[in-house]
Design a protein around this ligand. Structure first.
Ligand code: TMP
Ligand code: ASP
Length: 232
């Protein structure tokens, strides 16, 4: 298979169908714009399983996504899209870069705060506003930015109660979107413990990539726990 693109967490391959690609989930773990690197055997399979279940869930609730089907333990088939270079972050609880940047107290409950980051590794994915997004040509018009916010909130409205039923708090998460060959907006990339923060609702134990970022140990166990709660 022809390698189309290699990112920090996945490789994208061409298929015989020009409208579809295969995403392979790697075991690599990176943080802080890849300044910190490691790998965790089996993480790729866990993320592939988790993203499959969550995309299926979202699709069953009417969210348009790039997900087509699971292909193997580490691979999914997706629709080929042109990725919009904006990372859409939804925050329900203050932590991470928000607390560092603005001094908001860790754990503060937020009213679904949506942020845009410019997806650009050499710039370190800076926070941007709508005018920056237009200046940078990330989107052709402001309507699409409104649509990104609306879709991101719709995803939050499905995922937050889904995880709450499984005793997990969805603290924050990052989404990416793309446009397909017919210019339809599709939720793309992945939804995994690499791209979300999950805290156990009883103990507030972190069950996501913060275990790696903060050297808390038991990274794989946390991802396994998230998968088993999704399946429960
Ligand atoms: P942050 O607090 O570091 O800005 O992260 C917010 C959310 O976005 C968190 O769930 C982790 C996720 N995220 C990514 O998926 N990729 C990234 O490059 C960054 C910085 C955050
Ligand atoms: N995902 C980013 C990286 O790999 C940053 C992070 O998640 O901390 O560098």
């Amino acid at each position: 298979m022809e390698l189309l693109y290699e990112g920090k967490g996945k490789r994208l391959f061409a298929t015989n169908n020009p409208d579809e690609v295969i995403a392979f989930f790697k075991d690599d773990l990176t943080a802080f714009n890849a300044q910190k690197k490691s790998s965790e055997e089996g993480k790729g399979k866990l993320n592939c399983a988790i993203t499959t279940l969550l995309f299926e869930l979202l699709q069953s609730h009417g969210i348009a996504t790039h997900f087509v089907r699971k292909h193997s333990e580490n691979e999914i088939v997706c629709k080929r899209v042109q990725i919009i270079p904006i990372e859409v972050v939804v925050r329900n609880v203050a932590t991470g870069s928000l607390t560092k940047r603005l001094g908001v107290r860790e754990g503060t409950i937020l009213n679904e705060l949506v942020e845009f980051y410019y997806k650009n590794d050499s710039l370190g994915d800076p926070l941007i506003n709508d005018e920056h997004a237009l200046l940078l040509g990330c989107v052709p018009h402001t309507n699409l930015l409104e649509q990104l916010r609306k879709e991101a909130r719709a995803v939050n409205a499905i995922l937050t109660p889904f995880f709450a039923k499984r005793n997990l708090r969805l603290i924050d998460f990052k989404l990416e979107f793309g446009l397909d060959s017919g210019n339809a907006l599709l939720l793309a990339d992945e939804i995994t413990p690499d791209s979300c923060r999950f805290w156990d609702a009883t103990s507030n134990e972190k069950l996501d990539k913060d275990r790696f970022r903060e050297d808390l140990g038991n990274v794989k166990m946390a991802y396994e726990e998230v998968l088993s709660r999704i399946l429960s």
